[in-house]
Design a protein. Structure first.
Length: 183
């Protein structure tokens, strides 16, 4: 209990500290929202137009590229990426400090105290974290129990042999959009 209280206090102080400039929060929100909008609209369109397997294939072939395109349109010193403790793509594995933040976010979610974003000060700037919580049943088509869909399971095994991003349930923490903001 003491550890969770300490984590909550540390995260609250990181989030509401006076030394977090508003422009950091604004930049993090703008960039993370742009990435979410880009990915979700294209994925939704692919799912509606061509079905689940085509949507998974689209995500496999384009999610990383779409993230990089968002990065290309940002100011110097901003970098966005997706991170998860249970990543599908190894490129989305968190660094050690990011892993700790994801674990803290999970603890806050379990306490129903997860804020819409967290900001952590770093030696060279700030890290803005936007939690990704599964709120739509459609997300579970690829991130839930996929064992009954043989075609999907086969695709995942072929393209993501080390896939950890399955067996989620509604309201689980999927990961975060991380915006690294350098001074």
């Amino acid at each position: 209990m003491y550890k969770l209280t300490l984590i909550s206090l540390l995260l609250s102080s990181a989030l509401f500290a006076n030394d977090i400039p508003q422009n950091v929060i604004d930049a993090g929100d703008k960039v993370s929202s742009a990435l979410l909008k880009q990915l979700s609209s294209k994925l939704k369109n692919e799912l509606q137009e061509n079905g689940l397997i085509a949507a998974v294939r689209f995500c496999h072939e384009n999610a990383y590229t779409l993230t990089e395109e968002i990065n290309l349109h940002q100011l110097k010193g901003l970098n966005v990426r997706r991170i998860s403790l249970k990543q599908r793509n190894p490129a989305n594995a968190p660094k050690s400090d990011e892993e700790e933040t994801l674990k803290q976010m999970q603890a806050l979610l379990e306490q129903n105290k997860l804020p819409p974003f967290l900001v952590k000060k770093t030696p060279t700037g700030h890290k803005y974290y936007k939690p990704l919580v599964i709120k739509k049943a459609v997300c579970l088509k690829c991130h839930g129990d996929i064992s009954k869909n043989k075609e999907l399971s086969s695709f995942m095994q072929e393209h993501y042999p080390q896939d950890k991003a399955i067996n989620y349930k509604m309201n689980d923490l999927r990961g975060a959009i991380l915006v690294d903001i350098q001074n």
